[in-house]
Design a protein. Structure first.
Length: 306
């Protein structure tokens, strides 16, 4: 399988020809293991150009990439017109940004420029409309204000806790009064006290599992440690009602498909977290659909609209 940044079928076939996109096309970071493990620097550079890419991000050898493209033009493998096409798009973008008049950035205005109230509201709107309820046995979500006990098992696949504290803070504020008792367990990496957690869970009616599965550089994976997957499955075996929120990788459900409810927020930014919480407590309706197929049971386009 070829990564999207190198794929002529995706970039030229879908993005350019089918969708008619006319803006700059920039690769994902080309230092990712999914590329460096399988392609040489020269192959990556030429595949990008042939796919229709305008800007190559983080190639693992800038001079080698440039030389490969230059040599291919000289050999007639890539036309000058193809290079000129991207160059013009880049120059047009610079002109649109006014870089021909002022190349300097006022650092004091960066925050208000990229984080304006208008952009914050748009970000929240996008998050609210994209958060996806993939599975929901017995209409467990939205949560009911029914005086039950809730255990929050916060999981992270690495040492970076991400936005864990923001989720816990906002969920606590918005669910105030929903539960008679709430307990928080916050874990990163491998689980070494699974038996204690399983024993503790006996006192709780619902288990809410927010998961922060971040990319671990040079590993080629955004999965979970097996001990975390085992813990979730063991909790389900004990008959617990389990809700998982994937703040990142939507494919995590493959590891614990028997859980009751599964929500995909696709990232752990504040707007994504807030959207998931609002859907969880019924403040907004779930409207999102899966942009990918998780497996045969949860395919592209799946999404429960409640």
């Amino acid at each position: 399988m070829i990564p999207a940044s190198l794929s002529n079928k995706i970039v030229d076939g879908i993005l350019l020809k089918q969708l008619g996109y006319e803006g700059l096309i920039v690769t994902d970071a080309l230092n990712m293991a999914g590329i460096t493990k399988h392609f040489s620097v020269k192959e990556v550079a030429l595949m990008c150009v042939n796919a229709g890419i305008d800007l190559i991000l983080m190639p693992q050898g800038e001079e080698a990439s440039i030389s490969a493209i230059e040599q291919s033009v000289k050999n007639g493998e890539i036309s000058e017109e193809r290079i000129n096409y991207s160059v013009k798009k880049i120059l047009d973008a610079k002109d649109w940004l006014g870089l021909n008049q002022n190349k300097l950035v006022d650092l004091n205005k960066v925050s208000e420029t990229v984080n304006s109230l208008e952009e914050q509201n748009l970000s929240q709107l996008i998050a609210d409309q994209s958060v996806t309820l993939v599975k929901n046995i017995d209409n467990l979500v939205p949560l009911k204000n029914n005086n039950k006990n809730l255990l929050i098992l916060s999981l992270n696949n690495g040492n970076d806790r991400g936005n864990t504290d923001y989720f816990l803070q906002k969920f606590g504020e918005k669910s105030d009064g929903y539960f008679s008792q709430t307990k928080i367990i916050d874990k990163t990496g491998d689980i070494t006290d699974a038996e204690q957690i399983l024993s503790l869970s006996e006192s709780y009616d619902y288990i809410l599992v927010p998961i922060y599965a971040k990319v671990k550089i040079k590993t080629g994976t955004v999965g979970l440690p097996q001990s975390q997957i085992n813990l979730i499955n063991d909790l389900k075996t004990k008959g617990k009602k389990i809700i998982v929120i994937a703040f990142g990788n939507p494919y995590l459900l493959q590891g614990f498909e028997e859980i009751d409810s599964y929500i995909c927020a696709y990232g752990d930014g504040e707007t994504s977290i807030l959207a998931a919480i609002k859907g969880l407590i019924g403040e907004i309706k779930f409207m999102g659909k899966l942009p990918v197929s998780i497996n045969d049971n949860f395919k592209y386009g799946t999404g429960i609209n409640n």
